[in-house]
Design a protein around this ligand. Structure first.
Ligand code: C2E
Ligand code: CA
Ligand code: CA
Length: 760
């Protein structure tokens, strides 16, 4: 009796001590676990994004198989054709992580490949896991293969295979992308922060696809030992945090698991318990004991049906951390920032010390997201966050307050010079390009500054002042930062005024369309005209579309305005000879927020213009999502042509071009302007024309102002030219006169088909 009582007292004592320590420990641990969980989540998103972009490429390849070839005996022929090779090579080059793409027929033989070597002996892949899986399981359309080494090069690779069905739904073959495993290893390696940290990409059956720190032993084996909590949790496929002994290094680890959203795989991020507890040896022993007791408890709880008891406790502790931090960068979020700004403001009023509030915004972040995908955007935000944080003192505060917006509280500051010094340091840190995947991207920052002592009576006013300064910095091309002063005009107030004026302009018919002729270089005759919007302002005169189209896009006015432009331009074109076409610019916003297909159909119907006479110009800022591509395809289905405008000025021109079968490329005027002096511009023009010919697209060179340019373009093989040399944009009446004049001069006017057949 006495003995058992003392045991009980001792046990309660130990549990009590362990519990107290555990509470202190929980603060640190909660943070560390928050970090692990966040990292698992963000790597999950990134990895998912990589697989998605690869799957899109595969889907695109399949989408290009002509209907007629979707029959077993035609498939081999299609796969072996030279044009198919070009498709596969293009698809392979569209993403840096793809090593090769192969087409495999129903018999398991490689019938087409992106690799340059011709295939002498037939290669059969019947033994590959993906062939077996995709041929035996009818419900499976996609297969993520295990890691392998290419014998010839020693390169470690993964495969993503997609089934191809014929028109009746029968198995026809497989398209396989072989991916460079190093791409994943590099991505994960960049996120290793502590010596004990490990990051694993596993397939849902537990096979390790990639592991960092790189371990040959781990690759291709299973993450779990049978009958362990890890095995059970991976099978459940939900994000969790657990503690388990790793069989790779046999150490006890805290592991954050996160399944990928769209693929049968997941990310695990872990650190050893020993490292988490470093410097707390006695405590860690107690904790170990505590954990042991809890494990016994867990076994018991499991029996009672209460699972994840400990995980629940750990997660609760990390939740308060998560609600105040940004998942991606781990910086404080907007909520946390607001509280801190208030506190700092009051403290500074009390003590009389000054501080500076800096708002920072990435330039053209939307373009980066649109061109490279959100994965790349995320990577850039993380890099910027890291670079900013490295430039700050311990007393300063930094938060991520929006997608591409950061806020810094620089405290305390003695004078403006100190703020300028910080800005200079930040800007020199941003001079190095940021890497996203294997691309290097220059990222600029605009900064608005407000000083607590002069620019606001409350923290809210101070925030508003910094915001106005930021806007001024953004619209001022000569400097990337601005301090608030009362003379800065609130450019957004101006914009609102412009919006209002634009709205009434649309109602009062102050908008107009001008038309610029485009010359066909093969026949030397006018091919058609591009419609260009103009605003005839009653007092300010003619306003350029470069000024009002962005405002129309931001305010949503581009919707009705775009519809009007389509109808007006189509009906004007009806007054021209039938051989002339009309080119109309479409804004990316029209694509995102409007039923463009319906608008175009309506314009064609109302005007009576045959679809074959209409060509729509889009730029790379139209993101080619599946939905957008489908819309473009439907437009082409109507008979309308699609041109890629301003080619060469975006970030991803080449990959963009391979994502949709455009009819025409418009070479940006910047290349034409420089072509006589700059060998680079000449090379780009030549390459673009060559590429367009290979892809059966026509080319229009824009901004042709001199005879020399025109001759050089003719020599280079451009199909058409547009520019002041031929004619400036002109009103509806003027273009009519211009055309009539030309017809008088060219008795051999043609009817029906225009000369550039590739565009029809
Ligand atoms: P863009 O589509 O690249 O149009 C060509 C621009 O180059 C036009 O400017 C045209 O006047 C100008 N241009 C033509 N030839 C020459 C030349 O030889 N030298 C020089 N320096 N410039 C030349 P504009 O009319 O000011 O239009 C500017 C941009 O505004 C257009 O660029 C287009 O992106 C946009 N835009 C114009 N109209 C519309 C419209 O109806 N809808 C939409 N969404 N955007 C439009
Ligand atoms: Ca255009
Ligand atoms: Ca253009």
């Amino acid at each position: 009796m006495i003995i058992s009582l003392s045991i009980l007292t001792a046990a309660t004592g130990i549990i009590g001590a362990a519990f107290l320590v555990a509470r202190g420990y929980n603060d640190d641990l909660a943070r560390a676990e928050g970090d692990l969980t966040n990292l698992a989540l963000s790597l999950q998103e990134r990895t998912d994004g990589v697989f998605q972009s690869i799957e899109n490429v595969l889907r695109d390849v399949v989408g290009r198989i002509p209907q007629a070839c979707l029959q077993a005996h035609e498939f081999d022929g299609f796969a072996a054709a030279q044009t198919t090779k070009a498709i596969l090579v293009g698809a392979c080059h569209s993403l840096p992580q793809i090593v090769r793409i192969d087409l495999v027929n129903a018999q398991g033989r490689i019938v087409g490949s992106s690799t340059p070597r011709p295939m002498s002996d037939p290669i059969y892949l019947k033994d590959t896991a993906y062939y077996r899986a995709l041929t035996t399981d009818p419900s499976l359309t996609l297969y993520l293969g295990e890691p392998m080494r290419i014998r010839a090069t020693g390169k470690k690779v993964l495969t993503l295979a997609r089934k191809i069905d014929d028109t009746d739904g029968n198995f026809l073959g497989i398209v396989v992308a072989t991916m460079d495993l190093e791409h994943f290893e590099r991505l994960y390696k960049d996120h290793l922060r502590t010596p004990s940290q490990a990051i694993t990409l596993y397939r849902r059956d537990g096979i390790i696809l990639a592991h960092c720190p790189i371990s040959e032993r781990a690759l291709g084996r299973r993450v779990w030992r049978p009958n362990t909590p890890l095995q059970r949790l991976i099978a459940k496929n939900i994000p969790t945090l657990i503690r388990d002994v790793s069989w790779i290094d046999r150490k006890e680890r805290v592991v954050a698991l996160h399944p990928l959203a769209h693929y049968p795989a997941g990310i695990s991020v872990s650190r050893t318990v020993a490292e988490l507890m470093a410097g707390r040896r006695l405590e860690s022993r107690l904790i170990a004991f505590f954990a042991y007791l809890m494990d016994i408890g867990i076994e018991a709880a499991t029996l009672l049906g209460l699972r994840h008891v400990r995980t629940g406790i750990l997660r609760a502790a990390s939740e308060s951390y998560l609600s105040r931090h940004d998942v991606l960068t781990k910086l404080p979020n907007r909520l946390h920032f607001g509280e801190d700004l208030k506190r700092t403001f009051l403290a500074s009023q009390r003590s009389g010390t000054d501080f500076a509030l800096l708002l920072l915004d990435l330039n053209r972040f939307k373009d980066i997201n649109d061109s490279f995908g959100h994965g790349a955007g995320d990577e850039i935000v993380q890099t910027v966050a890291r670079r900013l944080r490295e430039r700050l003192r311990k007393t300063d505060f930094i938060a991520r307050i929006g997608g591409d917006e950061f806020a810094i509280i620089q405290r305390p500051v003695r004078n403006r010079q100190q703020v300028i010094d910080l800005i200079t340091a930040i800007q020199s840190a941003m001079r190095a390009p940021c890497t996203a995947g294997s691309t290097e991207i220059d990222v600029g920052l605009s900064i608005g500054v407000a000083m607590a002592s002069t620019d606001g009576k409350t923290s809210t006013e101070l925030m508003k002042a910094a915001d106005v300064a930021l806007y001024a910095a953004k619209s001022d091309s000569s400097s990337s930062y601005r301090f608030f002063d009362a003379s800065i005009k609130d450019s957004r107030a101006e914009r609102r005024a412009l919006e209002g004026a634009l709205k009434s302009a649309l109602e009062n018919k102050e908008l107009d369309l001008f038309y610029q002729p485009i010359l066909d270089l093969a026949t030397n005759q006018i091919w058609g005209c591009e419609a260009l919007a103009r605003w005839k302002h009653p007092t300010k005169g003619m306003i350029s579309p470069l000024q009002f189209i962005p405002t129309a896009e931001e305010s949503g006015l581009i919707g009705p305005m775009g519809d009007w432009i389509l109808e007006e331009a189509c009906s004007t074109a009806m007054t021209w000879p039938q051989s002339l076409k009309v080119a109309i610019n479409l804004s990316p916003v029209q694509f995102r927020s409007r039923d463009v297909l319906a608008s175009v159909k309506k314009a064609l119907e109302v005007s009576g213009l045959p679809a074959q006479r209409l060509i729509l110009e889009i730029t790379e800022s139209v993101k080619l999502t599946e939905e957008a591509t489908a819309t473009l395809k439907k437009l082409k289905g109507l008979g309308v042509s699609i041109a890629l405008d301003d080619f060469g000025t975006g970030y991803a021109s080449m990959s963009y071009l391979s994502s949709f079968p455009f009819d025409k490329i418009k070479i940006d005027q910047s290349f034409v302007r420089n072509m006589l002096d700059s060998p680079d511009s000449r090379a780009i023009i030549k390459a673009t024309i060559g590429l367009a010919k290979d892809l059966k697209m026509s080319t229009t060179a824009e901004g042709v102002e001199t005879e020399e340019q025109l001759n050089a373009l003719r020599l280079a093989g451009a199909s058409q030219a547009q520019g002041y040399l031929i004619a400036k944009p002109m009103s509806r009446e003027a273009i009519s006169a211009f055309i009539t004049n030309l017809q008088g001069a060219q008795p051999s006017k043609r009817d029906g088909q225009g000369p550039t057949r590739a565009v029809a």
